[in-house]
Design a protein around this ligand. Structure first.
Ligand code: ADP
Ligand code: MG
Length: 276
């Protein structure tokens, strides 16, 4: 494994916001065990942007489900802020692979869902959300239903809902997966700007190497299923990041390294059970 040890950015000696130690997950498919994750060690520090990349079906979404508290691992420890994390469900912001907007709610009422679930009145939640519509490129569409929005707008509405919940850690599962290349590049820049003003910890799953390098402080590359950590790469590019950096020598070198690692995985047969 080519590995740079995880670090606290800026040398801050604080506990990681998220820490996984030896996390394993095995599902039973028709009574047969399907190992999906094996011995995952992973850390995300305060204010850090970390990406997770790996072949389809290697357990990336499963890992986010575990961190969010939607699933319990078969083995391993999960700590948040240095403490063993029980009952973390709802304490971590989570944007799923699908945007999961409710079709019968307007953009505004979708955005406030998390706040309402936490007991805030709808009118107070709406006031809070309205103040952010412009920043999220949704001004003028507050009363629109999701079916009338473009892919990029739906994605931003889902982002807004995740951000409004105001958790210190945000998990993003392929947030730009369904977007065309141009919208995707715009959304990446927009997210970078937003993240730089947040100071939140982000863990993002992506299958796009360029996107992972451009956005992240560190990058975890997973093996094919069962997913193990194959490489941890520190992305030593200065911030603020600019799209033009993708042509720099350092960027091209890192990209080649990650792609080579992923291709090794792509050529390795995976176990036949289960679907990606
Ligand atoms: N709840 C579940 N029960 C059984 N198998 C599952 C479950 N969730 C995921 N899987 C299987 O685990 C593997 C990894 O899935 P997933 O985490 O979605 O992969 P990725 O997000 O990396 O593409 C797949 O083979 C999938 O079919
Ligand atoms: Mg997935």
């Amino acid at each position: 494994m080519t590995s740079t040890p995880p670090h606290a950015p800026g040398g801050i000696a604080s506990s990681p916001k998220i820490e996984l130690e030896g996390v394993c997950q095995t599902f039973l498919i028709n009574g047969k065990p399907l190992p999906v994750l094996q011995g995952i060690d992973l850390r995300v520090y305060r204010g850090e942007f970390v990406s997770l990349i790996g072949p389809s079906g290697c357990g990336k979404s499963t890992l986010l489900n575990i961190i969010a508290g939607l699933e319990e691992p078969t083995q391993g420890l999960i700590r948040t802020d240095g403490r063993q994390a029980h009952g973390r469900l709802g304490a971590i912001g989570y944007m799923h692979q699908k945007d999961l907007l409710l079709p019968w709610r307007t953009v505004l009422d979708n955005a406030v869902l998390g706040l309402e679930l936490r007991g805030m009145s709808r009118s107070q939640a709406r006031r809070q959300a309205l103040g952010l519509m412009e920043q999220f490129g949704l001004k003028g569409f507050e009363g629109s239903y999701p079916s009338l929005l473009s892919g990029g707008m739906r994605q931003r509405a889902a982002f807004l809902r995740t951000v409004l919940a105001d958790q210190e850690v945000i998990l993003l599962d392929e947030p730009f997966g369904a977007l065309d290349a141009l919208t995707r590049a715009n959304m990446q820049e927009w997210l970078l700007g937003l993240w730089e003003s947040w100071g939140k910890a982000v863990l993002m799953v992506t299958h796009d190497v360029e996107e992972a390098l451009l956005l992240s402080d560190r990058l975890y590359v997973l093996t094919a299923r069962p997913g193990r950590v194959k490489m941890v790469l520190s992305v030593e590019l200065k911030r603020p990041r600019r799209y033009e950096m993708v042509t720099s020598e350092a960027f091209v070198r890192m990209k080649a390294q990650v792609i080579a690692t992923l291709r090794e995985e792509g050529s390795r047969p995976t176990q036949s059970e289960g679907q990606a």
